[in-house]
Design a protein around this ligand. Sequence first.
Ligand SMILES: Cc1cc2nc3c(=O)[nH]c(=O)nc-3n(C[C@H](O)[C@H](O)[C@H](O)COP(=O)(O)OP(=O)(O)OC[C@H]3O[C@@H](n4cnc5c(N)ncnc54)[C@H](O)[C@@H]3O)c2cc1C
Length: 492
Amino acid sequence: MHRRMFCRTAVSAAVAAVIPGCGPDRQPAADVGTLIPAVTGDGREISIESAAVTELAGGLDGRLYTQADEGYTAAKRVWNGMFDNKRPAMVVRCGSVDDVVDAVTFARERELLVSVKCGGHSLPGKSTSDGGLMIDLSQMHSVDVDTDTMTMRADGGALLGHLDDAATAHNALTTTGIVSHTGVGGFSLGGGMGRTDRKMGLAVDNVLAATVVTAGGEVVRASEQENAELFWGLRGGGGNFGVVSEFVYRLHPFDPIVYGGDLVYGADQAFLEFYAELHATLPDEANVEPSFTVGEDGSPEALVEVVWCGDRAAGERALAPMLAFPGFKRGELAPFAYRDIQTRSDGVMAHGGQYYLKSGYLRELTPEAIDVIVDFVRRGGPASSWFQHLGGATSRVAADATAYAHRDVAFNFGIMYGGSDPAQNEAGIAAVREFYAAMAPHMAGFYTNLNDESERKTWGNYGENYPRLVKVKNRYDPTNLFRLNANIKPTV
Ligand SMILES: Cc1cc2nc3c(=O)[nH]c(=O)nc-3n(C[C@H](O)[C@H](O)[C@H](O)COP(=O)(O)OP(=O)(O)OC[C@H]3O[C@@H](n4cnc5c(N)ncnc54)[C@H](O)[C@@H]3O)c2cc1C
């Protein structure tokens, strides 16, 4: 008999105590008869019998942590240290799809508040909670490349670095983000921007199929051919419809030695006007992203990261105006390993820091928006800002082709505070909010993976795709089990 089945029998709680690798001797669990306090999705405080938790733990391929267990603090940790104080009632660290089904079923039967953690990089801390059940996918991270079909299969708990490593080893790539310890789950379900999205599309444009554990505990496949509405909703609708245990991505041929570098300019009107004109003329191979910093002489500078993924001679020609611009201060363009740039921010964006971020899309970089940026960058302070260069392939997809609707924008503009001392958070958050309030009139919606906004703003942000998303939600998660996300409210 399979260990999982055996552990589920009525006597399992008692017998499991003497079965290696099954239940209490495999991991400590709360005493039989005690009650574990927890919280439901709608905020009610409830108690769960520890025997039920022990039974769930005993059947897992992975491991379950309650607050009483050694390892709980590490297991419940998420990337943003601002949420270190959150204490889920339990963490189910899944080792298999069956574990995900068990965790979802356990939570649904008790109406528990559920969070889903892949890389744990939700800026607003959506992958943790107080009193809920955390479904932790971090141990499910295998990735396989199929060069015959040019596809890559990744477990739902993999990190972006796992994808980059696996794909570039075969001179192939799919779009991933700029920090390699970010999770594939949130990234691929919310949008997925990166240094190659103008050439290869967003992550949502490269997901070919997904395996999903729905709120009902069913394991379903979603693709253009199977459960097509779910597939549509997954690509932009975030974690609203279930737990994705596996993604399949399209791979593109890719030379892992790319061309580019960091170029420095004064962070002034003239540079931003130049950038506003230049970005629109650049081919899809070019990803040109200024971020703002203070130079050694104390003057504000634009540090422009340039990545060209294509023929080098064509890149030299296309990017020549950047070197010729009179405000160019220093830097050079040269060949380099793509993998190096994909990991270079891993340390700056380390786990455990205190982070707060607001962002918004820009259809164009208008003179009014430039005024705001120059003003705030000149003033300095704890909020940093940067552009994510969009357009290209990301804009050649219809707004209703996937749930991700923002196809007509040229940039995402991010404003962030990052620190290490919680005592500084208030000032950092205030600085971000002030900058964002000034930019908001020039923005056209926001990236749900970065901003945590009111329900109304979130729904409006999906535009005409929202009613269709509600239908998918009604079908796959009618009780809103998966609500810690940019939430779509079911109406059934
Ligand atoms: C340092 C850093 C760098 C970033 N860089 C980029 C970037 O370059 N480009 C970009 O587009 N975004 C970027 N982001 C934003 C990023 O896309 C989101 O934070 C995303 O949610 C992170 O995914 P995760 O799986 O690590 O998050 P988690 O916190 O683990 O999950 C976030 C949410 O996603 C859902 N979710 C996660 N995994 C699953 C799953 N397998 N099944 C179902 N639901 C799931 C859940 O609703 C969960 O609450 C970055 C964020 C950080 C912190």
